[in-house]
Design a protein around this ligand. Structure first.
Ligand SMILES: NC(=O)c1ccc[n+]([C@@H]2O[C@H](COP(=O)([O-])OP(=O)(O)OC[C@H]3O[C@@H](n4cnc5c(N)ncnc54)[C@H](O)[C@@H]3O)[C@@H](O)[C@H]2O)c1
Ligand SMILES: O=C(O)C[C@H](O)C(=O)O
Length: 325
């Protein structure tokens, strides 16, 4: 069956890095034909048309059509996967409340359009920032869709953590298992080495505690800002790569003996208030994310998880006060 994948912000830099990989089969697998639906604002539709011309010119065997629209109702009609990338960036002089409100104006209507028009098996990944809270806004505008289908991306943070640790220990990334990002996709996130394993042994025991606390955690948590500083633009190809990883694992399952990180609606596990879209250690089984249970959380980790979850609570309360959820 052909899977319809809707990408918002399709003419943006992440969109450009993402669409070709979806069309080549890397999102869903080499046996799954895809139809792409590109949603943009009216001013960017022409640019999306240019990208569509290039997609045509790749002659991807799995690509079974491209639609372009500035109307969410059309773009999400029959969608099986939705990648919500387009968002309102923070500009000079903008307060946090203004940013949340502007994004509410995007993610509320998109959530409603998903509710009213998407396929029954719709899976949503929010990439556009502030990703966790944008996902909460979209989810609360879609009461007929199971809440668990709305997720936000912390896979880029997860991949950054793998790569930093691999470089520190001079091991291949593939030797690292059970990495976790907890909380918000923001500088408060907590990359956890107390459950990660390298060569079957706990990662935190293989690095100096100072490095873990003063180098590893801030490097991973502030990597997005460091990329912006270096590139003059936020991460694009690595963000697209993480979106591919997230949806691929969601649909196809995570490997046995390992887990990954995704921001999904909390069921109250690990003291995270129910309903918050927070990052957890997760596995995907039968097309559903499940939170890995039973991990011991020490005082060091508890403090950091609580700080990031506290920020998510503040964001939730702010969008609630604005009437966005
Ligand atoms: N979660 C993560 O790990 C992560 C990583 C990197 C970037 N991001 C975020 O992803 C978002 C996109 O980044 P980018 O570099 O592609 O930005 P970009 O500015 O290059 O592209 C964004 C696109 O979204 C479009 N857009 C704006 N409002 C829209 C709407 N209502 N409907 C459809 N399209 C709309 C714009 O026209 C633009 O083409 C940003 O919010 C960025 O902060 C998240
Ligand atoms: O767009 C940003 O602010 C940074 C981005 O979320 C990232 O983690 O690279």
């Amino acid at each position: 069956m052909t899977v319809k994948v809707t990408v918002t912000g399709a003419a943006g830099q992440i969109g450009y890095a993402l669409l070709f990989r979806i069309a080549s089969g890397q999102l869903l697998g080499a046996d799954t034909p895809v139809k792409l639906s590109l949603l943009e604002i009216p001013q960017a539709v022409k640019s999306a048309e240019g990208t569509a011309m290039e997609l045509d010119d790749c002659a991807f065997p799995l690509l079974r059509g491209i639609e372009i629209s500035d109307d969410p109702a059309k773009a999400f009609d029959g969608a099986n996967v939705a990648l919500l990338v387009g968002a309102r960036p923070r500009t000079k002089g903008m307060e946090r409340g203004d940013l949340l409100e502007a994004n509410g104006g995007i993610f509320g209507p998109q959530g409603k359009a998903i509710n009213d028009h998407a396929a029954d098996d719709i899976r949503v990944l929010v990439v556009g920032n502030p990703a966790n809270t944008n996902a909460l806004i979209a989810q609360s505008a879609a009461p007929d869709v199971p809440a668990e289908r709305f997720t936000a991306m912390t896979r880029l943070d997860h991949n950054r953590a793998l790569s930093q640790l691999a470089a520190k220990l001079n091991v291949p990334v593939a030797e690292i298992k059970k990495m976790t990002i907890w909380g918000n996709h923001s500088a408060t996130q907590y990359p956890d080495l107390f459950h990660a394993e390298v060569g079957g042994k706990i990662a935190a025991e293989q690095v100096e505690q100072e490095w873990l606390r003063d180098t590893f955690i801030p490097t991973v948590a502030k990597r997005g800002a460091a990329i912006i500083e270096a590139r003059g633009a936020s991460s694009a190809a690595s963000a697209a790569n993480a979106a591919i990883d997230h949806v691929h694992d969601w649909v196809n399952g995570t490997p046995e003996g390992d887990w990954t990180s995704a921001a999904i609606p909390s069921d109250g596990s690990y003291g995270v208030p129910e309903g918050l879209i927070s990052s957890f250690p997760v596995v995907s089984r039968n097309g559903r994310w499940e939170i890995v249970q039973g991990l011991e959380i020490d005082a060091f980790s508890r403090e950091r998880i609580d700080a990031s979850v506290g920020e998510l609570v503040e964001e939730r309360d702010a969008v609630r006060a604005l009437g966005l959820i």
